[in-house]
Design a protein around this ligand. Structure first.
Ligand code: DAH
Length: 341
């Protein structure tokens, strides 16, 4: 007898599973509930009512199984109830709602892209990435870099001075962070300093009063010009590809000795000579050299014990070359037509 009832229970569970899963709506789920578990005519209820006619032993086994089946059916019904409630209740997704136009995504500014690219490269080589003040002291911007008050370089790097604060100015280059950083961290030190710089310029397609530089320096024992060349060549190849070469030619900068102009193989003609490189095959993109002993002294280091190299890349110039921008003023104009290209 009990075997027959157990088989009936299994059959009910199988059918219930099928019916509940196929219920088309909330109303259908309630029909299942009444049809299976309803007090008066529910299928399972009917079986539970027959339990009293079984002997004690069978009552135990069949009763336990019947309760189990009842629980399972209840769980399934409640799950489907929640499903349909989510479709219509608060927080429901309204599939008839009109689709909004695609949100407008921003993009990184071309100079930010170049800056981040170089930061990643130098971080990978063990350099610190440092930030510095745009409003700089005359000492760090000039004095500490071996550019005294009467030095002609101050004319070439004329900038914006701050009224009533004769020792403050808008920095003309990020090189001012050399001495600041060496005072802060001491030697050995390898760091790069990206940042915004300012000069009092009459603006045209090649000159801007606000532009971006990327300074770098390494100070320690036995740091040589070979390290400088290797570092710059690796950076240039990272930017422009493995076929890129670096050429260094003497140039005067007060804060390096020897000082050099750094050029890379022309990105357009690969060294053949074209309009961009004025037929030379080379593009000038940085200044560099071995840090001047006076600069090391300003940082309270002993030039007999440590040496260092420094370089300054024009981030704005690199972005111009990379994206073929003909007018430097585009970068700061905030013109969306330019920025969205
Ligand atoms: N600060 C220089 C400038 O603004 C660029 C520069 C030249 C940086 C030589 C250096 C360097 O570190 O060694 O024109």
């Amino acid at each position: 007898m009990s075997a027959v009832v157990l088989a009936q229970l299994d059959a009910i569970l199988a059918r219930a599973t099928d019916l509940i899963s196929k219920a088309p709506d909330a109303e259908g789920v309630e029909q299942c509930d009444i049809g299976l578990l309803g007090r008066k005519n529910g299928e399972l209820t009917a079986i539970l009512k027959t339990l009293s006619s079984l002997d004690e032993e069978s009552r135990k086994t069949v009763g336990a199984r019947a309760n189990q089946v009842k629980n399972e059916i209840e769980v399934m019904i409640n799950a489907r109830r929640r499903e349909f409630a989510a479709l219509t209740g608060a927080g429901a997704i309204d599939i008839s709602e009109p689709v909004l136009p695609r949100p407008e995504y921003g993009a990184l500014h071309p100079i930010t892209e170049v800056r981040q690219n170089l930061e990643t490269f130098f971080r990978g080589k063990g350099f610190l990435v440092l930030d510095g003040p745009e409003l700089e002291s005359e000492f760090y911007n000039f004095e500490a870099l071996n550019i005294p008050a009467d030095h002609p370089a101050r004319d070439m790097q004329d900038t914006f001075y701050i009224k009533d604060h004769p020792t403050l100015l808008m920095r003309t280059h990020t090189s001012g962070m050399q001495v600041r950083a060496l005072q802060m961290y001491g030697a050995p030190l390898a760091a790069v300093v990206p940042g915004r710089c300012f000069r009092n310029e009459a603006t045209d397609v090649r000159h801007e009063h606000t532009f971006y530089q990327f300074e770098g320096f390494v100070v320690g024992e036995n740091v040589t010009l070979a390290h400088l060349k290797g570092t710059l060549e690796a950076a240039a190849q990272h930017l422009y590809g493995p076929q890129t070469h670096v050429r260094l030619r003497p140039k005067f900068y007060p804060f390096v000795e020897p000082g050099m102009n750094g050029e890379v193989t022309c990105v357009i003609c690969a060294g053949q000579g074209c309009k961009l490189c004025k037929g030379t095959g080379w593009l000038e993109i940085f200044g560099c050299g071995m840090i001047h002993p006076e600069v090391l002294k300003a940082a309270k280091l002993d030039p007999k014990k440590v040496s260092g190299f420094a370089f300054g890349l024009g981030l704005t110039r690199i972005a111009m070359l990379k994206y073929g921008v003909g007018d430097v003023r585009e970068f700061n104009a905030g013109d969306l037509n330019f920025l969205q290209q």
